[in-house]
Design a protein around this ligand. Structure first.
Ligand code: UD1
Length: 418
């Protein structure tokens, strides 16, 4: 089986350009369904989830091709608004196509996305919101059939600020007549980027980044050229890598403002992080310090996606750090693997207590999910000896080239093919 083989104990040194953000590009690919004309997405990361989205677009008759680092999408020839089962299964976030398909075609059919390794992944908020916009939605035998002869703008209040539901409803509302206001909307940078993309295409939309997004629908959108912003979770991963291994690195193309909560915690651990015009530098000398409890929360709180990589970095910190996971149920599956490397971690429900140890040792470990897998690589950078991280298909869902990037930062990591 392929694995990433990390030999730890080496300080990091070097620089790397941060890839485009997975969580930005996925909703934007769905948004291209609303546009007549070609959309050019520059700095588009080549990831498994992006390839799966391309296959979904192609299965509906759309054109998508790579042009160096840009993905060029033309949805003019879109035929059937149906996503086959096997493609739904390839990517959990494929429900994000629902709102755009409805807005474009007045109907949509796809299978119900099941659970995932993070626990159940319901889409009730997406469905309720779409119903409020006037969609008829039937669930039958695992398939969702949606239709609407006429979507009409309205006020929608989300019970929790779901990222996916906010995005799905923004896209559906672009095709609705009149004004839609989404209250208690998610405020993540990816929502702001989706709004920027829609505005570039001629959409009338405002408020993203606040808790109320306002969409004036019914406009025909056109194509555009948009540059995908740097991935804040990949940035957080490499900052945590430096925190774990020590040394000094520079991450090009990324912004502190998008990950202020992570940077604040890392500074508390003793890392020196500085923002420049073109990126972030991180320096760590001496032992890390444990920090006050880290509680995951919707943006601008501490991101759930960075919980595992920060935990990996703090395994050798002086003192005890408490984590509280408040977004997903099943997000401590990396803990058992980190323990195999000598981590002292105790989990009780949504709380994990990490007692810093003086050293970690390399081990054979298995990725259980995307960010959990990245955390094992981060821990591997700090461990004595060799860590072999299996299950790397999880990691490749979100990192375009994790071993290559870490090599550029001076780490001893190789991709061992079977
Ligand atoms: C997105 C990100 C993911 C990140 C998460 C939280 C993408 C492709 N994925 O996922 O990396 O970890 O935000 O920042 O952008 N919920 C419901 N009903 C719904 C929708 C969500 O109960 O209809 C719950 C979920 O189970 C979860 C919480 O709300 O407990 C947050 O989920 P949500 O913000 O929707 O996350 P995703 O959009 O799936």
């Amino acid at each position: 089986m392929s694995c990433f083989s990390v030999t730890g104990g080496k300080k990091l040194s070097g620089e790397v350009t941060i890839q485009g953000a997975k969580n930005s590009v996925l909703p934007i690919l769905a948004a291209t369904l609303l546009c007549r004309g070609q959309c050019i997405l520059e700095n588009c990361p080549r990831l498994r989830d992006v390839e799966a989205s391309i296959r979904i677009l192609q299965s509906m008759g759309c054109l998508a091709r790579w042009q160096e680092d840009a993905l060029v999408v033309d949805t003019a020839q879109m035929s059937e608004p149906v996503i086959p089962d096997e493609l739904m299964r390839e990517m959990r976030s494929s429900a994000i196509f629902l709102g755009a398909m409805l807005a474009r075609c007045g109907e949509a059919e796809l299978s119900y996305p099941g659970g995932c390794e993070l626990g159940p992944r319901p889409i009730d908020l997406h469905i309720n919101g779409l119903r409020q916009l006037g969609a008829d939605i039937e669930e039958n035998g695992g398939r969702l059939r949606c239709c609407s002869s006429h979507l009409t703008g309205c006020d929608i209040v989300l019970s929790i600020p779901s990222v996916g539901a906010t995005e799905n409803l923004m896209l559906a509302a672009c095709g609705a007549e009149g004004t839609t206001r989404i209250f208690n909307a998610a405020r993540e940078p990816e929502i702001v980027e989706l709004q920027a993309f829609l505005q570039l295409c001629g959409g009338e939309i405002s408020g993203a980044g606040s808790d109320c997004v306002v969409i004036r629908g019914g406009k025909q959108l056109h194509g555009c050229t948009h540059r995908i912003r740097a991935d804040r979770i990949v940035t957080a991963t490499y900052l945590c890598g430096c925190a774990a291994a020590g040394g000094e690195i520079f991450l090009r193309g990324t912004r502190e403002a998008d990950l202020a909560a992570v940077v604040t915690v890392l500074r508390d651990t003793g890392c020196r992080i500085q923002s420049g015009t073109d990126g972030l530098s991180c320096q760590r000398n001496g032992r890390l310090r444990a920090v006050s409890p880290v509680r995951t929360a919707p943006y601008p709180g501490f991101p759930t996606d960075a919980q595992s990589v920060l935990m990996a970095a703090l395994l050798c910190a002086e003192g005890t750090t408490v984590f509280e996971e408040n977004i997903f149920e099943n997000r401590y599956r990396h803990v058992a693997e980190l323990r195999r490397m000598g981590g002292d971690i105790h989990v009780l429900g949504r709380v994990a207590v990490v007692n810093g140890v003086s050293r970690l040792h390399g081990a054979g470990v298995e990725s259980t999910d995307l960010r959990g897998g990245a955390a094992l690589c981060v821990a591997g950078l700090a461990a004595e000896g060799c860590t072999q991280v299996g299950g790397i298909h999880h990691i490749c869902r979100g990192y375009a080239n994790l071993p290559g990037d870490l090599q550029a930062l001076g780490a001893d990591i190789i991709w061992q093919h079977e």
